[in-house]
Design a protein around this ligand. Structure first.
Ligand SMILES: CC(C)(COP(=O)(O)OP(=O)(O)OC[C@H]1O[C@@H](n2cnc3c(N)ncnc32)[C@H](O)[C@@H]1OP(=O)(O)O)[C@@H](O)C(=O)NCCC(=O)NCCS
Length: 173
């Protein structure tokens, strides 16, 4: 049986090994890493998938980031990802279980962390969770991105500017 639990109890070495297996050891240069540079993942919005034997099969991390428009306007957002499932376990429902846990937590949480952004496959995150690249075309990111993979999911009643720059919530850390 697969159990979804808080990521906080998992050894950092195990998290890193799973991420290497899912994304490759060169993953640190990815743009998503630059968007959340210097931040620590959000413990209440990050999850692990474990099996009965205590093996780590999947992880989902979320980070505090912001969309900045000029010097003064900062819109806090939650960056979702990496979402990673151990290669041998992929397409068995673990990704959905972790994302479902995130969505339940987001719905129950504070509105200012309920707007989500991520770089991911729209065929997956759009199909199941309503993420879309429709409003992100004017957002700058600190690195290369395939525009159709820069996805957002808005909290109710939230509007974000058409133009801005994504980066860590606190600069210079
Ligand atoms: C992407 C990932 C998180 C999905 O988790 P998973 O447990 O493998 O997938 P699930 O079992 O939840 O998939 C459910 C459905 O989504 C489909 N699906 C899975 N990954 C998909 C993808 N990348 N694109 C489109 N559809 C996908 C599955 O085929 C399945 O469809 P079905 O219900 O019609 O059969 C996982 O495969 C993974 O870690 N991949 C490597 C890392 C990666 O590429 N992450 C994406 C960028 S963040």
């Amino acid at each position: 049986m697969i159990c979804i639990q808080s990521l906080g109890a998992i050894m950092p070495e195990a998290i890193e090994a799973l991420l290497d297996a899912a994304f490759g050891v060169d993953r640190h240069a990815r743009t998503a890493y630059r968007i959340r540079a210097g931040m620590h993942w959000l413990s209440h919005l990050s999850f692990a998938a474990m099996d009965d034997a205590g093996s780590l099969l999947g992880i989902l991390q979320c980070w505090p980031v912001a969309l900045r428009c000029g010097e003064e306007r900062t819109h806090p957002l939650t960056l979702v990802g990496p979402v990673a499932v151990a290669p041998a376990q992929q397409r068995g429902g673990i990704g959905r279980r972790m994302m479902d846990a995130l969505m339940a937590q987001v719905d129950a949480g504070a509105p200012d962390t309920a707007t989500l952004v991520m770089i991911g496959d729209p065929e997956y995150y759009g199909r199941f969770y309503g993420f879309s690249a429709d409003t992100t075309g004017g957002w700058d990111v600190p690195g290369p991105v395939e525009r159709h993979r820069l996805l957002a999911k808005y909290a109710p009643c939230v509007m974000l500017p058409e133009r801005g720059t994504l980066g860590p919530l606190q600069l210079g850390r």
